[in-house]
Design a protein around this ligand. Structure first.
Ligand SMILES: Cc1ncc(COP(=O)(O)O)c(C=O)c1O
Ligand SMILES: [Zn+2]
Length: 401
């Protein structure tokens, strides 16, 4: 019998995808692996969900439900290291290369396999952007009825990037965290599996990013991994991958995992700085980094605990630092990510001295989503466009070269 486990009270519960929270502590539940038998990476398999199957919660894998997620590039950022005189090797794990242009596909890909294997016909999500598009795309491919609950006022580009898959789109007025929790109760009632940000299968899917980094670095762990942090599912997944490898005896030490929040909505960075065990909900969020602006992160208290226990860090960066980092990644490395993703670089630049990097270290920035998702964030971009005509084009090129 498959089980979920509460990391707070250690109670286990029979698997029920409609109830992903502990009824005792209200903390999120995680997939429980009963057997500690030897786990191996099957290098003969190409699809990540088959290659790392030993570490994942799927008994079967149906390739028809996949959109080719994962196996994303890990690219060296040499120009950036040069520009900022960073001694270590800096790399980007390019999650924009996923089918709907964000890391969310890794989690959706696992949750959809589970949904179909359980005979579920309706899925849903509460999201303002990437998770909506990802869930709608995989729902369309699997032929499931998909419900997307959006916050009222969500930007037209976010709406379109989910709407193109023709899910049932519902814009909900009201408190976002409340909508998030209410979705589970309604999901149970209507048989809709809400695979939200800290869904146990979604989180397991994010582990694959960690295994891929380990493999792409030649079976070595990076010194640090830096990623934007909102609900906490992504961070817990990636941290979980390295904890798995540690338990399996494959590695001796896990990387320093660094979660990054926007200063205008940083409940976890604040709690971390204060050494608090639990975070306090933010009453007014104010940041351009909407995808990581979460006043009440569902897995926040668990994130604080695992970060503390495993010598990780949570930092906050300003909107100005985020936008400057987004621009730098594009100008220097040709990587056009959304501002939320660029927060990882902003954090690296902010805390570089505290990290005391050595030449042999490698640091991975997770580039979580594509800049094309939110062109509105670029309204203030300074671009120089030369206007000319066919007759004067040669002269214009001469003056510029
Ligand atoms: C682009 C991007 N980066 C990072 C995150 C944060 O992920 P999590 O909510 O799992 O912490 C999100 C969440 O929506 C996102 O859209
Ligand atoms: Zn509990």
């Amino acid at each position: 019998m498959e089980k979920l486990e509460c990391l707070s009270c250690k109670k286990q519960f029979r698997l029920d995808v409609f109830t992903p929270f502990c009824p005792v502590c209200q903390e999120p539940l995680f997939y429980y692996y009963p057997d500690d038998s030897k786990k191996t990476i099957d290098l003969n398999k190409d699809h990540p969900l088959e290659r790392y199957a030993d570490f994942l919660p799927l008994k079967t894998f149906d390739p028809r439900l996949s959109l080719g997620e994962g196996n994303t590039p890990l690219v060296k950022l040499e120009g950036l290291a040069r520009k900022f005189h960073l001694p270590a090797t800096i790399l980007a794990k390019n999650e924009m290369a996923n089918p709907t242009f964000s890391f969310k596909d890794r989690g959706t890909a696992v949750a959809i396999q589970k949904a179909v294997s359980l005979g579920i016909r309706k899925i849903g999500t509460v999201s303002t952007g990437n998770m909506a598009a990802s869930t709608a795309a995989y729902g369309a491919r699997a032929g499931l009825e998909t419900f997307v609950l959006l916050k009222e006022g969500t930007s037209p580009s976010s709406l379109l990037s989910a709407g193109i898959y023709q899910p049932r789109l519902i814009a909900v007025e009201g408190d976002y965290p409340q909508l998030y929790y209410q979705s589970f109760a309604l999901g149970r009632k209507f048989g809709i599996y809400f695979m939200n940000s800290i869904d146990p299968f979604r989180v397991e899917g994010y582990k694959v990013t960690g295994y891929e980094i380990f493999r792409q670095l030649g079976l070595r762990t990076p010194r640090a991994i830096i990623l934007p942090l909102s609900a906490g599912g992504h961070l817990l997944g990636i941290m979980g991958a390295f904890l798995d490898l540690l338990r399996a005896g494959t590695i001796n030490e896990i990387p320093v995992i660094i979660g990054v929040q926007a200063e205008g909505c940083s409940p976890l960075a604040r709690a971390f700085a204060a050494g608090a065990e639990r975070y306090e909900r933010i009453s007014k969020a104010r940041t351009i980094a909407h995808a990581i602006s979460n006043p009440a992160p569902a897995a926040g208290n668990i994130v604080l605990r695992v970060i503390r226990e495993n010598k990780g860090m949570i930092v906050a960066v300003s909107d100005e630092e985020i936008l400057a980092a987004q621009k730098t990644l594009a100008e220097v490395e040709g990587i056009f990510c959304q501002p939320e993703s660029a927060a990882a670089l902003a954090a690296l630049l902010k805390i570089r001295d505290a990290l005391l990097f050595k030449e042999e270290d490698s640091v991975v920035l997770i580039i979580t989503g594509s800049g094309l998702k939110n062109l509105g964030a670029l309204d203030s971009l300074n671009m120089t466009v030369q206007n000319t005509n066919l007759v004067n084009l040669e002269g214009t090129l001469r003056s510029l070269s």
